[in-house]
Design a protein around this ligand. Structure first.
Ligand SMILES: [Zn+2]
Length: 212
C-alpha cells in the first residue's frame, strides 16, 4: 500500500509542537540506523536489548517519528541503544532509511516476557480537516485489532471476524488517504504514484471523480 508518511528531513514547528503534546518534551533528534545482523523488523525492543547487553549500554524507549507534511505526524513506539556515548538504532527501518527521527519517552514500557507485548503507536493531526481525523480513527481501530496478536515481522494471521474487519478498515483507510492526497497534492508537482508525470496529468482526474 502506498504510504505518504516519511522520515522528516527537519524538525518543523508542527512536529515540535506535537512531540511536546505527546511526551512533554520537544527535543526530537536524528539517530543513525545500523541494522544489526539478525535484527528483526518490528522487534526493536529485543534488538536494542541484545545490542545494549553486548555493548554494555542502555535501551532508550521513545517514538520514531514519521510525517505526512501538512496532514499528520505518526509516532511509532521504538527502542534505540545508547552505548559508548552514542545513540543509535539497530533495527532495519521500514523503507531502509539510514536515519530516523526519535524522541525519548520514559513513560513507555515494554514487557520482554510477553509475546504480545507491543510498543504503542499514535497518530496526531496537523491538519484540522475532518477527513484527517477520520483517517486517524480508522488507523487506531486497525491498531487495536492487530494488538491482540503476537508481534510478527511478516503478515498477521487474523482469525474470525478480525480478518473481515481488517479488510474493511484497510479499504476505508485507503479511500480516506486518497481523498487527503487529492485535497493536498500540489497539482503541478510530480504525481506520488511515481509515474514522473505531473499530478494534474496523471492520477488527479480519476481521483477527482472518486474523491472530489
Ligand atoms: Zn499518478
Amino acid at each position: 500500500m502506498f504510504s505518504p508518511t516519511i522520515v522528516p528531513k527537519i524538525v518543523t514547528p508542527d512536529i515540535k509542537k506535537l512531540c511536546k503534546d505527546l511526551t512533554g518534551c520537544s527535543e526530537a533528534y536524528f539517530v543513525d540506523v545500523f541494522s544489526k545482523p539478525g535484527a528483526i523488523r518490528n522487534k526493536c525492543a529485543l534488538n536494542a536489548k541484545g545490542e545494549a547487553q553486548e555493548k554494555n549500554g542502555n535501551v532508550i524507549f521513545g517514538w520514531s517519528i514519521f510525517v505526512w507534511e501538512k496532514v499528520l505526524v505518526q509516532f511509532i513506539g521504538h527502542a534505540i541503544v545508547e552505548a559508548d556515548g552514542k545513540k543509535y538504532c539497530v533495527t532495519p527501518a521500514k523503507h531502509g532509511e539510514s536515519k530516523i527521527l526519535f524522541i525519548p519517552d520514559p513513560a513507555i514500557t515494554f514487557n520482554y516476557d510477553s509475546e504480545s507485548s507491543r510498543l504503542p503507536s499514535k497518530t496526531l493531526p496537523i491538519s484540522k480537516q475532518k477527513v484527517v481525523h477520520q483517517l486517524i480513527a480508522v488507523q487506531s481501530k486497525l491498531f487495536e485489532i492487530k494488538s491482540k496478536y503476537p508481534v510478527t515481522s511478516g503478515q498477521l494471521l487474523l482469525v474470525g471476524d478480525d480478518a473481515e474487519n481488517v479488510r474493511e478498515l484497510e479499504n476505508e483507510q485507503q479511500k480516506l488517504m486518497n481523498r487527503i492526497i487529492y485535497l493536498h497534492h500540489p497539482i503541478k508537482a510530480n504525481c506520488s504514484c511515481g509515474s514522473g508525470k505531473q499530478f494534474r496529468k496523471c492520477c488527479r482526474p480519476h481521483m477527482k471523480r472518486e474523491y472530489g
